[in-house]
Design a protein around this ligand. Sequence first.
Ligand SMILES: *Cc1c(COP(=O)(O)O)cnc(C)c1O
Length: 387
Amino acid sequence: MSHHDDRPDVGFETLAIHAGQDPDATTGAVIPPVHMSSTYVQDGIGGLRGGYEYGRAGNPTRTALETQLATLEGGAHGLSFASGLAAEDALLRAVLKPGDELLIGDDVYGGTYRLVSRVLGAWGVRHRVVDLTDLSAVRDALDERPKLIWAETPSNPYLRITDIAALADLAHAHGALVVVDNTFATPALQRPLSLGADVVVHSTTKYLGGHSDVVGGAVVLQDDGLAEQVKFLQFAAGAVSGPLDAWLTTRGIKTLAVRMQRHGENALALAQRLVEHPAVTRVHYPGLPDHPGHEIAVRQSSGFGGMLTIELADGPAARRFAESTRLFTLAESLGGVESLVNHPASMTHASVRGTPLEVTESIVRLSVGLESVGDLVADVEAALARV
Ligand SMILES: *Cc1c(COP(=O)(O)O)cnc(C)c1O
């Protein structure tokens, strides 16, 4: 089943609201229903009415989400999963076999590195950590004939920018696939498939869902054969999204474009204030002109997103700051309408301690939400005053 809703002349905002979201054919309900059914009647053995036979294999609410995801990323196939890591796992096991190698960026979500190093590692897949912003280092690593390059851009937690088109050119010349984790940018700001990437993955838990009320993941890609293999693992291993989760995610995605625009405006305003602040040693935000990836970000995306990482004097200062904000809630995760603060070294990236991805104790990551920007700035400044 191809999930791409092919309306090339229609704008992103229109697609986000309408792709896969046709009114219900039987009742006329404008909003497609949540199909809470595990199984489907057969009119005689094998006589399926809508192509559905069992909830793990397919569900109409999940199809609505998968169509929306494929359309927004400009891919032929969208597949949704129970979590971002479930999506990553299915994709990696579809592409890699024991003995294969992959290259992974040196600044990625801690759980992705744990999956690659400990789960796929135990299965015999080898990995090599590379700074993907350094294309000559990538070129050297490609001599080992990796099957796949895993890029996260902007990366987590340092917001580094990888040149997707340049990486794809290099990888393809060496027979490697390029996977981009597009969780931070979202298709509202960056569409990696149009830049040459082979596969996009998402934690839809974050900006796509957008309201911190559902966990999910997705794989979007062009190649029919690879899509068939990922779909087989989705079915055979069964880490699918449930109908209510799929429905909540489709609802969140409808407002993605306006949310991402405001997340970016608020994050930029905060970043500009924080570069001036004496207690802040460094601000990592790709929207700042002196960010090393700024020019690439301007070229390959239409905005810089809502994530921002600051460095304070030391670990204790960073911890104290993270525990001192009032509006920014101390919690894992990101991408919801509410602002969150996180101390990566002890929270999201605790699992990469002692690995090449280890992050310093002195950074704090902010997920800048959609509250009044003046309130956000005041909250951060008050917390810095307490440090
Ligand atoms: C959260 C996250 C993941 C993992 O997704 P889950 O939905 O938590 O399984 C992967 N990549 C990035 C960039 C993330 O932020």
